[in-house]
Design a protein around this ligand. Structure first.
Ligand code: SF4
Length: 306
């Protein structure tokens, strides 16, 4: 018997008009059914394609562009932190590291973690942080169940420095040398094995040095002639108020020093609370006249302004 039963409709038809098909007729019917099936699949694909929003299509297009930093920086200048981080993960995957300073950039961790539960995070442990900051780092580690890699200063450089100049030399001869040993060298060491990193810089933290920072850029401080390092600044357009609304609404952990008037939080000897209407940066290295208050992690911000 050469009866062909490929589908329910054909069984129904056969019941109403029983007929015998030749072998050739059965092949023809099967061919027509295959064509109809394929046409249906194409229609379904087209409908799903149409169902994608214009935003999705634009995003897919941007994600698949060649990684042209200058061009993408312009396109992403006004995009959300979420979009900027999504691009960063798409481009660099496991080569991407998020820097955590122990202050409001918990917002950065939150958005990154929601995009990638295996997000890699590091923090610079200068050895002079407030106890509250160490407690906060532990809180964040527990809250997200993530590892936070702490990078310490190189004791070979630190010990002779302390021996020669003591523990508070920065009050006499500026913060640059101490920051160089406790922050810049450890960061350079960490970034030497990294393709791209993410910072929590916001332009309103320091209008004199951060107002022109791009959403993504080549890190001119830490790239080498042999290796280009990329830096993403997803919070650059986020105002302090917006960051705090985010923290409060989602009930994220935050550094308890914020309850005591601290805004910008760094090392204990070099940070103090500010008074109402004082800019947050005035609480850092207050004994120095300089208006360009950066610790060197983002020195390019200063160079580009001069
Ligand atoms: S902020 Fe102060 S204590 Fe911390 S590394 Fe810089 S100078 Fe040293």
């Amino acid at each position: 018997m050469n009866q062909h039963y490929p589908s329910k409709s054909r069984q129904t038809l056969s019941k109403r008009t029983p007929m015998r098909l030749s072998k050739q007729q059965n092949y023809q019917v099967a061919a027509i059914e295959t064509m109809c099936h394929n046409a249906g699949q194409i229609l379904i694909s087209l409908l799903s394609y149409k169902a994608l929003s214009t935003t999705d299509l634009q995003e897919n297009f941007l994600m698949n562009q060649t990684f042209n930093v200058a061009k993408l920086a312009k396109i992403y200048a006004n995009k959300s932190a979420h979009d900027i981080l999504k691009l960063a993960f798409h481009q660099f995957g496991d080569g991407l590291w998020v820097s955590f300073s122990g202050a409001e950039d918990v917002v950065l961790i939150d958005i990154a973690w929601k995009l990638n539960k295996n997000v890699k995070v590091f923090s610079l442990d200068t050895g002079r942080l407030y106890p509250e900051t160490y407690q906060f780092i532990e809180q964040v580690r527990e809250f997200y169940k993530i590892d936070i890699e702490l990078i310490s200063p190189d004791h070979v450089k630190l010990e002779p420095f302390i021996k020669e100049k003591g523990l508070f030399s920065f009050y006499k001869d500026r913060h640059d040398e101490c920051c160089g040993i406790r922050k810049i060298e450890p960061l350079r060491r960490k970034l030497s094995g990294v393709s791209a990193w993410v910072t929590g810089q916001r332009s309103d933290q320091s209008p004199s040095t951060r107002s022109k920072v791009a959403a993504l850029e080549v890190d001119a401080n830490f790239s080498t002639p042999k290796r280009t390092l990329y830096k993403f600044n997803p919070l650059i357009q986020m105002a302090s108020e917006e960051a705090w609304n985010y923290i409060r609404m989602l009930e994220l952990p935050y550094n308890s020093l914020h309850k005591r008037g601290f805004i910008s939080i760094g090392c204990e000897p070099c940070t103090r609370p500010v008074l109402p209407n004082q800019h947050e940066r005035e609480g850092r290295w207050w004994w120095e006249e300089d208006t360009h208050k950066e610790c060197g992690l983002h020195t390019r911000n200063i160079i580009s302004k001069e």
